[in-house]
Design a protein around this ligand. Structure first.
Ligand SMILES: C=C1C[C@]23C[C@@]1(O)CC[C@H]2[C@@]12CCC[C@@](C)(C(=O)O1)[C@H]2[C@@H]3C(=O)O
Ligand SMILES: O=C(O)CCC(=O)C(=O)O
Ligand SMILES: [Fe+2]
Length: 375
């Protein structure tokens, strides 16, 4: 029988033992193993006076009904990312998730290691798998939640695990419905209706056909932030990622394939990013956002990424209506698990490795990551 691999089993065929970071708070100087100094990297609006500061990621008010859909479509075609306010997710929930994330990373290292990710697993405490693609270590810690976090939370908080399980479940529910809303607004701008996406479910709410992963990130204060890197340049594999960042700069997005732009924190806003699978679904029309997280010397930073993707077994391929004589089929059919397995080996070259033909001329190809320099 041909069984469909579960998201939690995706790395069973490609286990990786990634050493966890030492307690980063204890360093007064940047150790050589964390020294990224990047002479060839793209300029950044923070460090390079030639990079325009007026270039800022679109900020969209979701309650601005006549205009929001069009602004979303434009942002995803040109940036692959925008910030959203009036999104309907209670600010109190965002604050609670922020406190919970701080509580998790503030636990002593040996305690956090009780919930360490196994080499062939997806969930738990540790450095993201992408760290193995970079020659130097990343100045961060992560914790990944897939499905129920019960087992891990029981180890971290034997007395309080259930309140944290309830909190992450509520967060997942709210983020899932926001993702559903945003996807339909974004697809609607391309003339796509529910009939064109048969896997979205009979009422189009994606409830039974999607999966979610929550990634908690922590970036401790760094003694030499200009030489270090929190999370190296990458795209997300999801359809859509919704990122909450506390009031501290760090997230940068690659603009027009040649410069980094800081995503300025806005109170209560969420950052919405196109992932590789939405890029595939829209036959390359929406750009998968290339991004990285830098660190700073004054404030600890946390972020919470919600990756919204199709369930195991759902096959993603470019929507028929978006394949035309002038825009031929760019990608083959693929599931999220198949894609993640390829990405575990090919990282930023995964999209270009499965591309069926060159993108139409005149179309900016920021998703050809073979040019992304990582220092
Ligand atoms: C479903 C997933 C997306 C993700 C890989 C993972 O299996 C679990 C963590 C996710 C994350 C978070 C940090 C950046 C990233 C590129 C990584 O290495 O792990 C993403 C992965 C992704 O989107 O490809
Ligand atoms: O911390 C950030 O701002 C970025 C996090 C991120 O890109 C991720 O978790 O995939
Ligand atoms: Fe990311």
């Amino acid at each position: 029988m041909n069984t469909i691999p579960k998201l939690t089993d995706v790395y069973k065929t490609h286990p990786l033992d990634i050493p966890t970071n030492k307690n980063l708070d204890s360093f007064e100087q940047l150790p050589d193993t964390y020294d990224w100094i990047q002479p060839d990297s793209f300029p950044s609006s923070l460090t390079d006076p030639n990079v325009s500061l007026s270039d800022s990621v679109p900020l969209i008010d979701l309650s601005d009904l006549p205009n929001a859909p069009h602004l979303i479509g434009n942002a995803l075609k040109t940036w692959g990312v925008f910030q959203v306010i009036n999104h309907g997710v209670p600010i109190s929930l965002l604050n609670s998730m922020e406190s919970f994330t701080n509580a998790l990373f503030d636990l002593p290292s040996p305690h956090k290691l009780k919930a360490a990710r196994t080499p062939d697993g997806v969930a738990g405490y540790g450095l993201p798998r992408i760290s193995t693609f970079f020659p130097k270590r990343m100045w961060s810690e992560g914790f990944t939640i897939v499905g129920s976090p019960l087992e891990h939370f029981q180890k971290l908080w034997p007395d309080e695990y259930s309140k944290y399980c309830d909190l992450t479940e509520e967060y997942s529910r709210e983020m899932g419905s926001l993702c559903g809303r945003l996807i339909w607004l974004a697809l609607g701008e391309l003339g796509i209706t529910q009939e064109d996406v048969n896997w979205a479910g009979s009422n189009g709410d994606f409830k039974t056909s999607t999966n979610a992963v929550i990634q908690l990130n922590s970036y401790p204060i760094c003694p030499d932030p200009d030489r270090a890197m929190g999370l190296g340049a990458h795209t997300d594999s999801s359809l859509l990622t919704i990122l909450y960042q506390n009031n501290s700069r760090g997230l940068q997005v690659l603009r027009e394939g040649n410069r980094w732009v800081m995503v300025e924190p806005v109170n209560g806003a969420l950052v919405v990013q196109v992932g590789d699978l939405l890029h595939i679904l829209t036959n390359g029309l929406y750009l998968s956002s290339v991004h990285q997280a830098v660190v700073n010397q004054t404030q600890k930073r946390i972020s919470i990424a919600y990756f919204f993707g199709p369930s195991e077994g759902v096959e993603i391929s470019p929507i028929n209506k978006l394949v035309t004589p002038t825009r031929p089929l760019l990608y083959p059919t693929i599931t999220w698990t198949e894609y993640l397995r390829k990405k575990a080996k090919l990282f930023n070259n995964t999209l270009s490795s499965i591309r069926l033909c060159a993108p139409p001329s005149g179309v900016l190809d920021i998703n050809d990551h073979s040019e992304v320099k990582v220092g």
